[in-house]
Write a protein that binds this ligand. Structure first.
Ligand code: ME8
Length: 501
């Protein structure tokens, strides 16, 4: 089975920031999870290098757009690498191979009769590279996202007959209840479609930084058509001498922020249908990270800068925080103080402590060998039962419920810490008649940590890897609680998450 996951391609008009890291981390969590399920995974990310947002930024800096793109794209590549993303390719839309692919698809759309020449009159935001309908305008004819006054434009250009795809889109949404998750975003997209679709401009006569239309060289393609098609073209050239399209098309899950919902949930599937291509299987829409909080933290100041966090705490702590702090799908505040609070309470005290005391007790009481015992029935009951946690996490991640899946794992981290307190192994160790009981408890702790570490690989690959090595576990696929017996020699390891002070 194949699993193809994508992020938006980010504009190179500015530097990468935590918001870009956030989406990329989310997509990486899905990619890694599906690899653990033994699926054939392809994970794509990259940069959007054409269009007005980039042309305007280049003009402001007094450089050519390509120069700006060449300067900034590597910063995105570095960001992707620093957060530990396991992407299989990084596409740049100024790649001529991408242009060839776009031209071919757009020519098909033209040949299929879904394009016509017309006059556009209305509002345009150059920062969004988006034509706004009256309904979408902010107060005083402003862009609701960038809060800048908009110009009314009138120009001759080519149109994509979006209105002709209303019925197809409605059918798509009706047939696939989970085409867009979470559900409230699906409703938003659907109500946009229900209000009636207007045709959209496909080209701009004044723009110079963009691809010419294959059938009319005097017009440049509107950047969104060029950009959306990256998801399709990349598969044809990501591997030298190999075309991966048949193997991976269509995308299984496309991860993106709510700001670009309309493009992905309405225009994108319509464009694909117009070109005779299969639309994506599902979109996962997340909210915005709000970075307004001013409270000072101990070591990070008051801005949550991903580079600073990674320098000091490594990528895993940042990945964990992103998935944990803001419920995936919703907007939420992030801050340096919030990061440190979770780091201390959850990573150092809950997970770190569980691991270090379990390994220490096995070392001290059983010469470093995990006793061979059975799953404890006490851990098989209740909402935080260790049994079945793998299935629960799978089901949640099938719906792209990243924070909920992490919460499901975390309730078990807490359950195991409670299990230690309930059983007081240090007291059992003093009483020879409790030897079997101590074996049982230590086995269950080691086995519980093993299963949780496997489930945590997508969120914290490096930390989980260290933990699994310490437990002498070579397998990296998901596994059920109780599937492995004892007998293995463990290693004690330095604190997974050193305390802050
Ligand atoms: O829109 N919180 O690029 P872009 C969460 N090139 N996510 C955020 C965020 C925040 N505060 N800020 C940005 C474009 N993002 C187009 C996309 S795709 C064919 C073309 C993330 O650089 C989020 O994923 O403006 C959002 O959708 C994306 O960055 C926008 O990136």
């Amino acid at each position: 089975m194949s699993f193809y996951v994508t992020t938006p391609i980010y504009y190179v008009n500015a530097e990468p920031h935590l918001g870009h890291a956030y989406t990329t981390i989310a997509a990486d969590i899905l990619a890694r999870h599906h690899r653990q399920r033994g699926e054939d995974v392809f994970f794509l990310t990259g940069t959007d290098e054409h269009g007005e947002p980039v042309a305007l930024a280049a003009e402001r800096e007094g450089v050519e757009p390509q120069e700006l793109a060449d300067r900034n794209a590597p910063k995105f590549e570095r960001m992707v690498e620093r957060i530990g993303a396991s992407n299989d390719f990084f596409i740049r839309t100024s790649d001529p191979r991408h242009a060839d692919g776009v031209a071919a698809v757009m020519q098909t759309v033209y040949d299929n009769g879904h394009v016509y020449e017309g006059v556009y009159e209305g509002w345009y935001c150059p920062r969004c590279a988006d034509f706004k309908t009256e309904r979408e305008l902010g107060p005083g004819n402003t862009c609701p996202i960038h809060e800048i006054p908009l110009e009314r434009e009138r120009e001759e250009n080519w149109f994509f007959r979006l209105s002709a795809f209303e019925a197809d889109l409605k059918r798509l949404y009706a047939e696939r209840a989970d085409f867009v998750v979470p559900g409230f975003r699906r409703n938003e997209a659907l109500s946009f479609i229900d209000q009636g679709l207007e045709d959209v401009s496909l080209s701009r006569p004044k723009l110079e930084w963009g691809m010419p239309l294959p059938w009319d060289q005097s017009q440049r393609m509107y950047v969104w058509f060029d950009a959306l098609l990256n998801y399709y073209t990349a598969l044809s050239f990501a591997r030298d001498g190999e075309d991966l399209t048949d193997r991976f098309w269509p995308p299984s899950r496309q991860v993106l922020g709510k700001d670009i919902l309309k493009f992905h949930a309405v225009i994108w599937p319509a464009l694909l249908i117009a070109a005779g291509l299969e639309p994506p299987r599902g979109l996962a829409i997340h909210g915005f990270l709000l970075m307004g909080e001013k409270k000072m933290s101990k070591s990070l100041g008051n801005v949550l800068d991903p580079n600073q966090v990674i320098d000091r705490f490594g990528p895993d702590a940042l990945r964990f925080y992103c998935a944990r702090e803001v419920s995936f799908g919703q907007d939420g505040n992030v801050s340096a103080a919030g990061f440190e609070a979770r780091y201390e309470a959850e990573l150092a005290n809950e997970l770190g402590n569980l691991a270090s005391r379990t390994l220490a007790m096995i070392d001290r009481y059983r010469d470093g060998v995990v006793p061979d015992a059975e799953p404890d029935p006490a851990l098989a009951e209740g909402p935080d039962a260790l049994e079945g946690v793998d299935g629960e996490v799978r089901a949640l991640l099938d719906r792209a419920e990243l924070s909920q899946a992490l919460e499901a794992i975390w309730t078990r981290v807490r359950r195991l810490n409670r299990y230690v307190e309930e059983n007081r192994p240090w007291d059992l160790a003093k009483d020879e008649s409790e030897a079997d009981r101590l074996d049982l408890v230590l086995y269950n702790l080691a086995e519980g940590i093993r299963v949780l570490a496997l489930l945590l690989i997508p969120y914290m690959p490096e930390t989980s890897g260290r933990l699994l090595e310490a437990l002498a576990e070579g397998n990296r696929e998901l596994d059920a609680f109780g599937a492995r017996g004892g007998g293995q020699s463990i290693d004690r390891i330095p604190a997974l998450f050193p305390k802050l002070d």
